[in-house]
Write a protein of this length. Structure first.
Lengths: 266, 601
């Protein structure tokens, strides 16, 4: 999920990363507060619009929901069995109510829409370094509180860069120790935990070595922290960025006051 | 351009650790526009010298200046690092950006250039290194060679005067190594760069204008490649190698005493010309020339004898195919209908370029990957059956590249004990197994030490011992000599050979055709997931075009001997994969000729 950005030049790719970051947070709040099915439908249409705008294959987008399938299922089942109301049918001792079905479906929709919106705006259409730069820029007021904003952003982007490397490395070490007879699949929790030592120690050591190497490589390329450094991605805001932000704010307002507005109509 | 005056450096001097003197009293000057190679054994201080050049390390004593600027002056440091840029050994650990273009932009953005200037430089650097098409890619999607080219591109964007390559090609396969070296050569010419290169590959050192041999932190001797490498004995004493053609020429010189021109010998063609001349001018050989019997004794390459006693098959692979799961994307199979047999006690060399399926194949041999299509039978156990897999691992040891990365215990002895302990052996049995494995690899002296304070070569041995401590009957090694200096490599291979005398079967995966032809009984060539050929080293290296098609090199000894196909008949070439054998074959050939000549006369 991390660092899986897909290069492209769609309208969504070209939006300012800071705006996308803010929009993702605003949309998250908005979607979580949706109570009304009609407003949910509006957000569903909005999400589908974003999907079309991103020009990314639909299967790729839906794949970002996959890690959360269990959480979504769990939430739905919890609602199904706990919410009381008009009984629809029984499965053994469990009764399924109309209200349970309704709140379960709404919860599932909220989670799915939230994940798709954030991954569309951030992980899929924004280069990790641009996210790090955006974060640095958004956090920059914290500078006055002596928070090391630049260092924090640099750490983030390096972490992103090394995720795939460390994943490969841990797979390799695990295979190597398995070849020496280590068994990570069977045995009780204590046995398994002690088995982890044989993976974690080499992984830590190699991470420290990599960190050391990387620090030297950065030194050799004249890195001296924030001082005198040109920021690569803090472009100026264009009208389209502002329009997008206003649109998202409008959606937020709609999520909150929508039910009252709609109530007036019906 | 770079000037060292009586420079010394000691590690750990400031941190209050046990001090290790890495460089002592080194003085030299590197002129602008020259290409200098630093060679020496692992741990001789080469990398330390390189890091002193651009102020990554500062000398304890003495003075380093770069274009007249002292490295110990804080005001100069960033200017010096820009002028004298460095490419390191590990491709993964020097890429900072999350995309190719971001990484190239990292250096220039530290220099505080304008954004337009930065992107212009990024484009220019990528153009120069031929990476323009990969601009938007993430680093982990690149091959090893591409990563090192990226590292060079990133440095070029800072417009340096001097390029320091710290074993920059050590982790690459031969093809990628040649490409990176060709790039460096081109840049040296077009961009007028000074190049300082640290390397274990003597062929690369031949390209330099000057070669410095580093030993124990100081310069043992130096000179032009011709001056250095013609001192064959001296170079070998330093634990290094001389290029094969040069060694053959010198062996011939020792026998024939025909004078040579050292500048000519360093080139392959020159060495061939010299040997041809020397052989022609030699009169009827005297008694000192080796007879056939001597040759048998001196032979280092084992000859395959098919009629030997116990040659049962320990690994049988039958029509094995394998494709990695990659989330719906269609990819070529990693293995495609592979069939092979490995006999007990033999050394099988597994060769093929990167991505040919070698590593997927060996992971089938101990069940790390379970056979889905096709059959893998190891020591009479069918590994497509999951129940058989857990039992097989104690008999089949598998070591990946850089196996020392898997060490984790506090002492060497504990680490070697890991495998026997996993097999739930009694403590006294564990101890016996540890001692036996340590003895086989010559590391009994260091059993009580921490694996993390050992040298690279020792740690490699500990890792191998850690596998051998199980009841290993088959040992599979992926590039066992990667990163070792020539002497370390030869010593390791010698120890591995003694293992086979004790009945261990070896499968060795490597790019190094010279080592593989010298030591393997049979060689199996993989290409694009298929078995492209299998046979004795002699059979495999017969067809130069075949080797080219599967992206492999012809071993230099064989290439040299091929130049004399008029003298040496095919059957004499069978075991000639090291310089000594080549020399003997050549001398025998002219002896036979002159003997034949006498009978005719």
């Amino acid at each position: 999920m991390l660092g899986r950005s897909i290069p492209g030049d769609s309208a969504l790719h070209l939006l300012d990363a800071r705006i996308k970051f803010l929009a993702a947070i605003i949309l998250m709040v908005a979607i979580l507060s949706i109570q009304d099915p009609i407003i949910m439908a509006v957000f569903l249409i909005w999400t589908m619009m974003l999907m079309v705008l991103s020009k990314i294959r639909i299967t790729t987008i839906l794949r970002s929901v996959r890690p959360l399938v269990f959480i979504i299922l769990f939430a739905v089942i919890l609602h199904l069995v706990t919410v009381k109301g008009h009984i629809l049918f029984h499965i053994g001792p469990v009764t399924i109510s109309k209200e349970g079905l309704y709140t379960g479906a709404m919860t599932a929709m909220r989670l799915i829409l939230m994940v798709i919106n954030t991954s569309l705006l951030l992980t899929l259409t924004t280069m990790p370094l641009a996210i790090a730069d955006a974060l640095e820029s958004l956090l920059s007021p914290l500078r006055y509180l002596r928070f090391p904003v630049h260092e924090f952003a640099m750490m983030m982007s390096i972490a992103l860069r090394f995720v795939p490397i460390l994943m490969d490395e841990s797979a390799k070490i695990m295979k190597a120790q398995s070849s020496r007879g280590a068994d990570y699949d069977t045995g009780g929790p204590i046995r398994r935990a002690s088995g982890l030592v044989s993976i974690l120690v080499p992984l830590f050591i190699s991470s420290f070595r990599r960190a050391d190497d990387l620090a030297i490589a950065m030194d050799a390329r004249c890195y001296q922290g924030e001082k005198g450094r040109t920021r690569l991605y803090t472009a100026k805001l264009y009208p389209k960025d502002i329009v997008f932000l206003i649109l998202v704010l409008f959606l937020l307002a709609f999520a909150f006051v929508g039910p009252k507005l709609l109530g007036g109509f019906f | 351009m770079i000037d060292f005056q009586n420079v010394s450096f000691t590690y750990g001097a400031m941190e209050g650790q046990y001090p290790v003197r890495a460089v002592s009293d080194v003085s030299f000057t590197i002129e602008r526009g020259t290409h200098v190679a630093l060679i020496g054994r692992n741990g001789s201080g080469k990398s330390t010298i390189a890091r002193l050049m651009n102020g990554l390390l500062l000398p304890d004593e003495g003075l380093v200046t770069m274009n007249g600027k002292r490295t110990d002056d804080d005001r100069n440091i960033y200017e010096i690092r820009r002028e004298c840029a460095m490419v390191f050994q590990n491709p993964d650990n020097q890429i900072i950006g999350t995309t190719v273009k971001d990484d190239v932009a990292f250096g220039p953005s530290n220099l505080g250039l304008s954004r337009d200037e930065i992107w212009a430089r990024v484009d220019a650097s990528l153009q120069l290194t031929g990476l323009s098409d990969l601009k938007e890619r993430a680093p982990h999607e690149l091959s090893g060679g591409q990563k090192q080219k990226l590292a060079i591109a990133s440095i070029l964007a800072m417009r340096p005067d001097c390029l320091v390559l710290d074993e920059a090609t050590a982790m690459l396969d031969p093809e990628a190594r040649h490409e990176v070296m060709a790039l460096v050569k081109r840049l040296k010419k077009e961009e007028k760069l000074t190049v300082v290169q640290i390397t274990h590959h003597m062929e690369e050192a031949l390209l330099a204008d000057l070669v410095y041999v580093i030993s124990d932190g100081s310069i043992a001797f130096y000179g032009t490649p011709a001056e250095v490498f013609n001192q064959v004995e001296r170079v070998k004493q330093e634990g290094l190698d001389v290029p094969t053609h040069l060694e053959i020429a010198h062996l011939i010189h020792q026998e024939t005493h025909v004078p040579f021109d050292s500048n000519e010998l360093i080139h392959f063609d020159g060495a061939v010309r010299y040997v041809r001349e020397a052989l022609d001018s030699t009169s009827v050989p005297n008694q000192q020339n080796p007879s056939k019997e001597d040759m048998q004794v001196e032979e280092t390459a084992p000859i395959l004898e098919p009629e030997e006693g116990d040659m049962s098959e320990v690994i049988k692979v039958d029509h094995l195919s394998y494709t990695y799961d990659t989330e719906g994307l269609s990819v070529l199979p990693a293995l495609d209908e592979v069939s092979l047999q490995v006999k007990r006690g033999e050394i099988l060399g597994l060769v093929g370029h990167t991505g040919s399926g070698k590593s997927t194949l060996i992971q089938h041999f101990n069940g790390l990957i379970r056979a889905r299509k096709g059959k893998v039978v190891v020591l009479d156990r069918d590994l497509s059956d999951k129940k058989q897999v857990s039992g097989i691992r104690r008999h089949v040891g598998l070591l990946f590249q850089y196996p020392e990365d898997q060490l984790f215990e506090e002492t060497v002895a504990l680490d070697i004990a890991f495998a026997p302990k996993q097999q739930k052996k009694r403590p006294d049995e564990v101890e016996r197994a540890v001692l036996r494995a340590a003895k086989r690899l010559g590391i009994t002296e260091i059993l009580d030490r921490s694996p993390f304070e050992l040298s690279g070569g020792q740690r490699r041995r500990v890792a191998i011992a850690g596998v051998l401590a199980a009841e290993t009957e088959i040992l599979i090694l992926d590039e066992p000599a990667a990163g070792l200096d020539p002497k370390g490599r030869d010593d390791l291979f010698r120890d591995l050979l003694t293992l086979t005398k004790e009945g261990v079967t070896l499968v060795i995966v490597s790019h190094d055709m010279e080592m593989m032809t010298r030591y393997s009984d049979r060689i199996l060539v993989m290409n694009e997931g298929r078995v492209a050929g299998v046979g004795t080293p002699f059979e495999i290296t017969q067809d130069e075009q075949f080797l080219k098609n599967v992206h492999l090199e012809t071993p230099p000894s064989k290439r040299f001997l091929d130049e004399f196909s008029d003298l040496v008949p095919q059957k004499e070439k069978i075991a000639c994969f090291c310089p000594l054998d080549v020399k003997n074959a050549l001398l025998n050939a002219i002896k036979d000729l002159s003997v034949g000549g006498i009978t005719h006369g």
